[in-house]
Design a protein around this ligand. Structure first.
Ligand code: NAP
Length: 359
């Protein structure tokens, strides 16, 4: 078994990482790591807020052996004590600490700190695994034995999966998107206030739209041998926060290069990802995309856990009436599973098998 550390283990994504790793065939949680605030405490105590109330977020039971583990401090954590690090901490801490860890140890990260570096891929399962070869360039450039492999922003995690088969078959010229994002996407420190979110929609998420408007072009770009050449299409995004616990929904309006019908799009989405599923990675779903004909779907509560939270549900595929070669649809992805912890785990599984060749 490969030894795993989760750095940022007390946060929403860290907790989801713990749940995703329970019973994993290749990986064993060896260390739980967080900030100075949590260091030195038992994990179960580090989860308590100032009133002593537990902030274990997941519906799954926290195993007692994990609950009783001692939390180490990220700043002094010895990266050589594990085989792989899952970094699920804030971006500012990640920017400082991930390069230190990567000197010796592979880091799979849900933070944005490294996403925009020229020598760093943003790997999304089944979409751009050929970009993994860029990690060798990063290791060489920086003299690292390990690497930093970041996940995408959670808002576009489902969108890029849905765009890839469209891009391959018809080309993508431009994308207009409006997101309805779940509250868990804001994390738990400080998290969102019930007064702000109950019976409400907030039309702005600080920092989100620039990520949504730039990451898909890198993810759907071409690996040149030295870097990624971004895909040429443009995206314009409006990101909103809605009173849903988990599951980010995106309404997408896509102008394609070649004309295509809603039936053509449905077909390429339905057939997409079979080769990736055949790798049989432990966290991969049987279907990357589930296309529904029910006009009332996808819905977060009903569809977010499909494929263990790793399947993207696409519905309402229609012709756009005003855009030339325009197609519109709604897609939904679980933001803390596919969009964060479990997506990072799937990346780790891919890299361990195909890049590091450790299993
Ligand atoms: P969160 O609930 O606020 O948790 C933040 C975690 O970072 C906590 O474990 C916290 O530890 C730790 N941390 C904060 N400052 C630190 C420091 N200086 N050194 C070490 N650890 C530190 O946030 P989250 O939602 O889990 O998100 C974690 C990361 O994933 C963020 O970078 C976020 O942008 C990204 N992400 C989140 C989602 C999502 O849906 N939530 C999706 C994709 C990506 P303490 O408890 O000890 O303070």
């Amino acid at each position: 078994m490969l030894k795993i550390a989760i750095v940022g283990a007390t946060g929403i994504v860290g907790q989801q990482a713990i749940v995703s790793l329970i019973g994993h065939p290749w990986f064993k949680i060896e260390k739980l790591v967080a900030s100075e605030r949590s260091a030195g405490k038992k994990y179960i105590d580090a989860l308590k807020d100032a009133n002593g109330s537990s902030r274990w977020w997941c519906t799954e039971e926290l195993p007692s052996d994990i609950a009783n583990m001692n939390v180490e401090e990220a700043a002094s954590f010895d990266a050589t004590s594990v085989d792989i690090i899952f970094s699920t901490m804030d971006a500012s801490a990640a920017k400082e600490l991930e390069p230190k860890y990567a000197k010796t140890t592979p880091v799979i990260s849900t933070a944005s700190a490294f996403r925009y570096e020229d020598d760093t891929p943003i790997l999304v399962g089944g979409v751009n695994m050929d970009h993994a070869a860029l990690l060798a360039v990063q290791q060489k450039n920086r003299g690292w034995k390990g690497f930093v492999s970041p996940k995408s922003n959670c808002t576009i995690a489902g969108l890029v999966v849905s765009l890839k088969p469209i891009q391959d078959a018809f080309g993508v010229r431009q994308v207009i998107m409006v997101s309805q994002q779940a509250m868990s996407g804001a994390g738990r420190t400080p998290g969102l206030s019930a007064m702000d979110m109950t019976e409400n929609i907030v039309p702005y998420i600080p920092g989100e739209e620039p990520k949504a408007e730039s990451e898909p072009q890198k993810i759907l770009g071409k690996f040149t041998g030295k870097t990624i050449q971004n895909a040429a299409f443009g995206i314009t995004a409006t990101c909103t926060r809605v009173p849903v616990l988990d599951g980010h929904m995106v309404c997408a309006f896509v102008q394609t290069e070649k004309k295509c019908s809603p039936e053509d799009v449905k077909k390429v989405m339905t057939e997409y990802g079979r080769d990736f599923a055949e790798l049989h990675l432990p966290s991969s779903p049987a279907h990357l995309i589930d296309v529904t004909d029910d006009p009332f779907r996808p819905q977060p509560r009903v569809d977010r856990d499909k494929g263990g939270g790793m399947t993207v549900t696409v519905g309402r595929i229609r012709k756009d009436p005003i855009m030339e070669n325009g197609i519109k649809y709604v897609c939904l992805a679980h933001n803390t599973k596919l969009g964060a912890a479990k997506g990072a785990l799937q990346t780790a599984e891919y890299l361990v098998k195909n890049y590091l060749k450790l299993v």
